[in-house]
Write a protein that binds this ligand. Sequence first.
Ligand SMILES: NC(=O)c1ccc[n+]([C@@H]2O[C@H](COP(=O)([O-])OP(=O)(O)OC[C@H]3O[C@@H](n4cnc5c(N)ncnc54)[C@H](O)[C@@H]3O)[C@@H](O)[C@H]2O)c1
Length: 289
Amino acid sequence: MGALEGRVAVITGAGRGIGREHALLFAREGASVVVNDLGGSNAGEGADAGPAHEVVDEITAAGGRAVANTDNIATWDGAKGVVQQAIDEFGRLDVLVNNAGILRDAFIPGMEESQWDAVIAVHLKGHFAMLRHAAAYWKAQSKAGDQPNAAVINTASGSGVTLPNAGQANYGAAKAGIAALTLIAAEELDRYGVRVNAIAPIARTRLTLATPGMGALMAEPEEGEVDLFSPANISPLVAYLASEKCPLTGKVFAVQGGAISELAGWHDVKTIETDGRWLIDDIAARLPQ
Ligand SMILES: NC(=O)c1ccc[n+]([C@@H]2O[C@H](COP(=O)([O-])OP(=O)(O)OC[C@H]3O[C@@H](n4cnc5c(N)ncnc54)[C@H](O)[C@@H]3O)[C@@H](O)[C@H]2O)c1
């Protein structure tokens, strides 16, 4: 029996790259999958129904269960439609994998409002909109006495979580926000039987190949070598986090090749104290030390 037998999953941005690998593995492991993908460019421009449908065709040809969805998850109604499609087509929803993403890199002084807004919309708002509609469904199930065993897997990034990546103020801020959203959602949704975790992956996809210097770093391996940058390396962790037996919640994992690392967030590294209110000069004398 597959690790995800009987589970119904929505995977956003599953027409290409890492999300496509999640969808293929989820289906092989017995899940019914809503393959969402708007099909736009790296920068999130345009739309193409092709990628979502091609993944669905691949899954169904192999005997799996999947349906395509081409809604824009960066909109409230688009996100609602994806959740509703899982319920309409497969009768329930157990797993949400928030994965859709775009890049519009620019250094801060030259960043356009549209570059900021689009990246925040797809990543941060898109994650929240999907989470919001799925959570409302799971809360209703729980209140009706049918306690869910549900899982959300968000997609953060080393950019913003472990690496302040110059040129990615929009993307890094969104990804750091997704890590924070993961921890808050894990706290809030536990009572409804929903676990929430996040990954920070590294893999060779059109998104990374478009980043200067990354193509050489992530080159295809020689014949017989392990492919450390295959996007398929990311999916087993996501499938595990999605599985009914997984106890984990409120975690963020870096994942690449054969390595999985648990990440930890902001914490006190030093404290200075005074009696009463600080004087600016005293702060200046002590804080930089
Ligand atoms: N590849 C990496 O090394 C890496 C590193 C860190 C984080 N990530 C994250 O992993 C996720 C997947 O990225 P990838 O590298 O596989 O890129 P990708 O471009 O191959 O796949 C992303 C998919 O998301 C879809 N998408 C974009 N906006 C959408 C929207 N509004 N609605 C629905 N679908 C939409 C795209 O059409 C695309 O098919 C992203 O969130 C990305 O930020 C990737």
